[in-house]
Design a binder for this molecule. Structure first.
Ligand code: FAD
Length: 386
């Protein structure tokens, strides 16, 4: 007899694990996570910079963040495992009046949605947090102290652990090779180790999501885009605690992780494709932006072997795609996070579980994230993309 499951989740990263947790939270424990790697988290999850922020420009992203950051703040209570949530804040540093206007406009939206902690700050306040910053051209910025960092692997582990304790099965070394569809409905999945009967499949395959959708005959506009992170050697000259600092003139941003500093910047020469090897030339490239803000970065050693690259899973409007696939009954998307999948994993799990079990989610209205928005020309515009 072929194995069965009420819900099959393809992909055991942070998103698949959160979906499993939230299904089990509501009593749906006959769920099965299928992960092709030998352990969970080897996809984008382990490559993340771990940043979480509610300082976004669109209502849906702000709502997803508020829900998720609240969840991170009580993660251990919910899952029995630490998320290592550090509320060190995010600070956007503006160098032009247009930046400040933009931040102010976003902040009005954030406050209207209940994010009372976000505020505009002066250059002096920014320099007080990071005295080593070259700030002559900084004219102010925005700051939210409840933004910060989590440990992505810790979050994934917590979600999966609690789901497993409740009966959810997690199977590694198992690749989904096909999805069975009859009369427009999901009937099962084919894997490297046999077939599983199910009526519900969640696509949580990260950068590989479009391939998984195609297995069911559906089109999902998600593309992989390489993203590189430079990790410095021990840094003593910057404070032990400071917010993620985003230089709005270039998009360069950095934060502390233990003894080291993580440097990040979106290289506009990257093109879509499955590419996740780190190229050492990137160190020179990012340093040209880094030393403008903190000249001491020029003397801080970097070991290329400790730097890394991974892939964003990018949707056409840089927003997640969450909800049922219109062409195939029983197929649900939890994809296209465009660099925000870690921070939005709690909200995504909740929305997806609610949509599967009840057909709607009252906690967060996720209808703007339906995949149909692309065909209908109702794209969202998120401009606060890092
Ligand atoms: C360099 C970098 C920095 C980032 N920084 C941040 C950040 O600061 N904050 C933030 O919120 N986000 C960040 N992100 C984005 C974040 O990492 C992702 O959005 C998130 O990890 C997506 O999680 P996921 O579970 O959907 O995907 P993944 O972690 O990629 O999991 C998908 C899983 O599906 C499995 N899979 C795929 N196909 C199949 C198949 N056919 N059968 C079985 N298994 C399959 C894969 O093996 C993989 O384990 C960053 C990403 C990168 C690359």
């Amino acid at each position: 007899m072929a194995e069965t499951a009420d819900v099959v989740i393809i992909g055991g990263g942070i998103v698949g694990s959160s979906v499993a947790y939230h299904l089990s939270e509501q009593g749906c424990t006959d769920a099965l996570i299928l992960e092709r790697e030998e352990k969970q988290g080897l996809g984008s999850t382990s490559k993340s910079m771990g940043g979480v922020r509610a300082q976004f420009a669109t209502e849906i992203n702000i709502r997803m963040s508020i829900y998720s950051i609240d969840f991170f703040s009580r993660f251990e209570e919910a899952t029995g495992h630490t998320a290592d949530y550090r509320a060190h804040g995010y600070c956007f540093a503006a160098t032009r009046q247009s930046h400040l206007d933009y931040l102010r406009e976003n902040q009005a939206k954030q406050r209207a949605l209940g994010l009372d902690d976000a505020r505009m700050i002066s250059r002096e306040e920014i320099v007080a947090m990071i005295p080593q910053l070259v700030a002559d051209d900084i004219i102010g910025g925005s700051y939210c102290p409840t933004d910060g960092f989590v440990d992505p692997n810790g979050v994934m582990t917590g979600f999966a652990k609690r789901a497993k304790e409740r009966g959810v099965r997690v199977r590694t070394n198992t690749e989904v090779t096909g999805i069975n569809v009859a009369n427009g409905r999901i009937t099962g999945v084919r894997t490297s180790s046999g077939e599983i009967h199910t009526k519900v499949v969640v696509n949580a395959a990260g950068p590989w999501a479009a391939n998984v959708a195609r297995m069911a005959g559906a089109e999902l506009p998600v593309q992989p885009l390489r993203r590189q992170i430079v990790k410095t050697q021990r840094c003593d000259f910057l404070p032990a605690k400071f917010p993620m600092l985003i230089d709005m003139s270039t998009g360069f941003h950095f934060r502390r992780e233990g003894d080291s500093i993580l440097l990040a910047w979106a290289d506009d020469e990257e093109t879509y494709g499955f590419q996740s090897a780190f190229t050492p030339e990137f160190i020179e490239k990012i340093l040209t932006h880094a030393v403008v803000r903190v000249p001491q970065f020029a003397d801080l050693p970097v070991n290329p072997k400790q730097c890394w690259a991974g892939m964003y899973e990018v949707s056409p409007d840089h927003h997640a795609i969450i909800g049922p696939a219109p062409e195939v009954k029983g197929l649900f998307y939890a994809n296209g996070f465009s660099g925000h999948g870690v921070m939005h994993s709690p909200a995504t799990g909740r929305i997806t579980a609610d949509l599967i079990l009840h057909g709607r989610c009252d906690a967060i209205d996720a209808s703007p994230l339906r995949v149909e928005r692309f065909a209908e020309g109702r794209l969202l515009e998120e401009t606060a993309v890092l």
